[in-house]
Design a protein around this ligand. Structure first.
Ligand code: ADP
Ligand code: MG
Length: 461
């Protein structure tokens, strides 16, 4: 028998003995420690000499019967050894096993809670902090969300996360939920889309004989929690009753010191349906904005996607996709998935040529303007558009400006005067810039490469 098994076997016999033997024998039974079992013969050790003798003398038969009952072995027997030191060390050993069993049970319980909560609170397993790529434009929101997760209702309450679609609001919000579930499993988290909350309220408040009971259930569901995550509050209904219910939910949670996290595609003031009372409540804590990630962050986001899926890719493919999808991470991910699916289906490498082919046919070619070229070049070099159009003299800015001017002429075929107007410069300056790049191109490989990449983004190759 394994140690654990033996221990359990003995525990069963022991409890049975406590049942069947008179109370006077209990003080001798309790300290018995099991040390072995072989073919029906159970060996126990005691530190009490008197205990050993009394059990042998008065209860031997009963003990053997009990062992027989649990072992199913007709030749069962009991050997009681007196050994003070052995008894002590066995006791320690058995306590350890007991503790381990208890710990395992607790762990199992925690895992069970977790999976219950996860499905009950509607969280998407991908939306964790670890899977959120942090860059300049989302660093603050990320840190604030993390602070809220670490100290719910202590710092920023409510936390109001806003920004355009596809920038990671739901992801960050649910990350707070996951963090809590894993690190503080005693806290109850509820994630709800505003739409679901509204529908739930409407169906429960409908007049019926059970309305009172239904509403009390509804209230419990949304206020008997420690952290509420309300997604896309811009979809709140303008009906008065819905508003006052939301206010009620908010106030009862807030007054109990519970954390409230809300997302929206705009600030509270710009949600026309929102009452002034709710608006001022939502503005009470901290409002953080998510803006589109910069190029490097966008590249890292799809790189992570590729790595998580063990996909091979070329650097220029990532850059190409990231340059083309700069406003919405969901679309960025969608574009990457499309290219990688295509690569897999056609057994081709995931490189810039494939990306160009797949995505070009999807987005179609807009007419490329001088302004569009300047924007893309600015982003490609990581400089500000206004610097390119201005007089800044840094090396990077100058290079970007020259290339943008060169491409403007080459791609749009507009006159130097028109291009000069856009750049607010003399047309001779524009001509000079254009000629400079034209001469350098055949001589510098990295310049040629950059121009090719930019042209690919502009879909003019
Ligand atoms: P929103 O709620 O703002 O519309 P989501 O949270 O649904 O946006 O994000 C859209 C998709 O983009 C999700 O798959 C999300 O995981 C992903 N995403 C957004 N921002 C990031 C980021 N910084 N790092 C990794 N994935 C991101
Ligand atoms: Mg969302």
């Amino acid at each position: 028998m394994e140690n654990m098994e033996l221990k359990n076997f003995w525990e069963q016999i022991k409890s049975e003995l406590i049942e069947v033997l008179p109370e006077s024998a209990h003080p001798w039974i309790y300290p018995l420690e099991v040390s072995g079992y072989d073919k029906g013969v159970l060996t126990v050790v005691t530190g009490q000499l008197m205990g050993r003798d009394l059990l042998r003398k008065n209860h031997y038969h009963q003990i053997v019967e009990t062992i027989k009952k649990f072992s199913g072995n007709n030749n069962s027997d009991i050997v009681i050894i007196y050994d003070e030191r052995a008894a002590k060390s066995l006791k320690r050993e058995n306590e350890k096993i007991q503790k381990r069993t208890l710990e395992n049970k607790l762990k199992e319980q925690a895992m069970e809670n977790l999976s219950n909560m996860q499905s009950a609170s509607n969280l998407n397993l991908k939306y964790k902090f670890e899977n959120f790529v942090v860059g300049k434009t989302n660093e603050f929101a990320y840190k604030v969300a993390m602070a809220v997760a670490q100290n719910p209702a202590k710092k920023y309450n409510p936390l109001f996360i806003y920004g355009n679609a596809g920038l990671g609001k739901t992801h960050l919000m649910q990350a707070i939920g996951h963090y809590t579930i894993f690190n503080n499993p005693k806290l109850k988290v509820k994630y709800t889309k505003t739409e679901d909350y509204v529908n739930d309220f409407i169906s429960n408040s409908r007049n019926s004989k059970d309305t009172v009971e239904n509403m009390s259930k509804f209230n419990k569901k949304y206020t008997n929690i420690d952290i509420i995550l309300i997604d896309d509050i811009q979809f709140i209904e303008s009906k008065n009753k819905t508003m006052s219910q939301m206010q009620h939910t908010f106030d009862s949670l807030y007054n109990k010191g519970k954390q409230i996290v809300i997302t929206s595609d705009r600030i509270p003031k710009d949600i026309p349906t929102l009452t002034a009372a709710l608006c001022s409540r939502f503005e009470m804590g901290l409002m953080v904005e998510l803006t589109p990630p910069d190029l490097d962050t966008r590249i890292e986001i799809i790189r992570k996607l590729a790595n998580d899926n063990d996909l091979k890719y070329t650097e220029d493919a990532l850059k190409y996709i990231a340059l083309n999808f700069d406003k919405n991470v969901r679309e960025l991910e969608g574009a990457f998935n499309k290219v990688s699916a295509y690569a897999e289906m056609t057994n081709r490498p995931l490189d810039i040529n494939l990306a160009g082919e797949v995505l070009k046919c999807k987005t179609g070619t807009d007419k490329v303007s001088i302004d569009k070229i300047a924007q893309v070049v600015a982003e490609y070099y990581g400089v500000d558009l206004k610097d390119i159009r201005g007089t800044a003299r840094g090396q990077k800015v100058s290079l970007a400006r020259h290339i943008a001017i060169y491409l403007a002429r080459e791609i749009t075929g507009q006159s130097f005067v028109n291009i000069a107007e856009y750049y607010n410069k003399k047309h001779t300056t524009i001509m000079f810039a254009h000629d400079k790049i034209k001469k350098e191109l055949p001589l510098k490989r990295d310049l040629t490469e950059s121009v090719r990449e930019i042209k690919q983004v502009l879909k003019v190759i």
